[in-house]
Design a protein around this ligand. Structure first.
Ligand SMILES: [Zn+2]
Length: 225
């Protein structure tokens, strides 16, 4: 039996049109999620085996904002643009620039999906909402699924989805903030408490990446604040 065990974490930001609904919970370990099959279908086994052999990454014990407990083994990451939607492309590109500006990671665009660490895509999130089972009926603007090795805490692949149907009616700035939130998950950040200034607050996103977010992602990747 292969020792490599993949766990999936789902984080979804859900923002209705002026009526934000919190539907953003990581799926419990071991439970199937609406996204796990999708994530597995694009898995690259050779890359996973290689990364599984790497030593355990150091995850800081405390950070200004919550983290998920895993991160990428490298600070140089590749992202693949899988959406044709112009507005979403701009949002993703701006979000990548904003995270790069923190100095914690350097995310660059690549042309080959198989080579990418992060996939930036569009999709309808309303229909496949895993939260439907717990009684939410919501319009979700974005979601991110992450695949990681629980032994090494190393992320293997992340997939951030923005819902064009929902986001078409919002502003360019807002779309960028939602993209920043999703890519924050793709870097290993968890949700911030409602009362702090952070792009990682699960609802009512009114800000881009803040000093708190910057400090947290820098500590996560072993850099001074
Ligand atoms: Zn979220």
């Amino acid at each position: 039996m292969k020792r490599l065990l993949l766990l999936f974490s789902i984080a979804i930001v859900s923002l209705g049109m002026g009526i934000p609904v919190h539907a953003d919970q990581p799926s419990p370990i071991g439970q199937p999620s609406a996204f796990s099959a999708d994530t597995q279908s694009t898995g690259d086994n050779s890359a996973q085996t290689l990364r599984a052999g790497e030593r355990t990454l150091r995850i800081p014990s405390s950070t200004p904002l919550p983290i998920e407990g895993y991160r990428w083994p490298t600070r140089k990451l590749k992202i693949y643009m899988k959406t044709q939607d112009k507005a979403l492309q701009i949002a993703f590109r701006n979000a990548v620039k904003a995270w790069n500006k923190t100095g914690a990671v350097h995310i660059s665009w690549c042309q080959d999906e198989e080579q990418a660490d992060i996939i930036a895509q569009d999709g309808s999130l309303t229909a496949s909402a895993p939260t439907a089972t717990v009684g939410y009926v919501s319009s979700q603007l974005g979601s991110t699924s992450t695949e990681y090795n629980p032994d090494t805490h190393a992320m293997i692949r992340a997939r951030s989805t923005l819902d064009a149907g929902q986001l078409d009616y919002t502003s360019r700035t807002f779309r960028t903030e939602v993209a920043e939130h999703e890519l924050g998950h793709a870097l290993g950040l968890a949700h911030a408490p409602e009362y702090v200034h952070s792009v990682m607050i699960p609802r009512n996103i009114k800000t881009g990446i803040t000093k708190n977010d910057r400090a947290t992602v820098r500590i996560l990747y072993g850099l001074p604040q």
